[in-house]
Design a protein around this ligand. Sequence first.
Ligand SMILES: Cc1cc2nc3c(=O)[nH]c(=O)nc-3n(C[C@H](O)[C@H](O)[C@H](O)COP(=O)(O)OP(=O)(O)OC[C@H]3O[C@@H](n4cnc5c(N)ncnc54)[C@H](O)[C@@H]3O)c2cc1C
Length: 311
Amino acid sequence: MPFILFPVSRVVVIGGGAAGFFGAITCAEHGVSDVLILEKGPTVLEKVRISGGGRCNVTHACFEPTDLLEGYPRGRTSLLGPFYHWQASQTMEWFESRGVSLKSEQDGRMFPVTDDSQTVIDCLTGAARELGIHCRTRCGVNKVGVGGVDDFRVETTSGEQLKASAILVATGGIRSGAARKPLTDLGHAVEPPVPSLFTFQIKDERLEDLQGVSVANSSVRTGKLAAEGPILITHRGLSGPGILKLSALGARELAKRNYQFGIRVDWTGGRGADAFAAMIMKERRGHGARKVMTRSPLPQFPRRLWERLAT
Ligand SMILES: Cc1cc2nc3c(=O)[nH]c(=O)nc-3n(C[C@H](O)[C@H](O)[C@H](O)COP(=O)(O)OP(=O)(O)OC[C@H]3O[C@@H](n4cnc5c(N)ncnc54)[C@H](O)[C@@H]3O)c2cc1C
């Protein structure tokens, strides 16, 4: 489906990463005759090379857009539409149709059957080459200007001035000024990035020396933010999917709180205080002589953690 609404003769793609290559290939396949990728680094697709531990975790075997949303704690409403347009099935088809077979692992992650990210790099660079896309490395973009609807000027780090009828900014993470500049030059406001997917540093004697202990059925809450998932005790505090999910969900809110906040962890698998108290009472009735701290009423609950919590 063509998505560029006016005839575009030359697209300059800023950034030679996965997004830049995919965008460039898509433009060329939709009739743009002159596509040029400008990459400031010495090589293209450098992040793809190291991705997935050198194997490149291309996509995830989850083919239902609403299920896929579960993996994205923020932006649910804005992602649903795009996921109906493009998701894991389309990614698979895209690579399979270019000779790259993917396999899925038990946890759903999908890799090229070669287990080598170079396969993905070769696929992207090969497709670009076949379509006549030009690519320049060590060629950063310093400045972008706009003269009219389809009249963009791009100034490279060597001072060269290039013209384009459309620009695709694919500079990756926008933490660095160079990556943000093409957008701000064009007058776009850029939301300052904040960390996401981080672990929590916590000083609490109940967690001391328990690193490695994890509880599968947990949930964590701070204020109105809440997330469920396994929680892992580390030597610095807490980690695991439940914590990472909360950090992503609350990325902006937690930054506003300067990362100083209290949390409540429910280790009971969502049973609630009353049901849990009833479990303890039952335990007491059944094993009156036994100390509460010697055995958790929760099935498969780590003994050492229970001893700390029940003390
Ligand atoms: C260690 C690691 C492992 C990962 N593993 C996976 C994985 O297995 N699966 C997965 O899906 N994702 C993985 N990711 C994330 C994934 O690599 C990135 O999301 C993806 O590469 C982003 O692609 P991009 O094209 O948006 O940005 P990038 O790959 O960052 O590309 C942007 C490019 O733009 C260039 N650039 C920036 N500013 C300018 C400028 N002014 N002028 C010209 N060029 C410029 C940069 O040099 C860069 O090459 C991993 C990331 C890391 C760090």
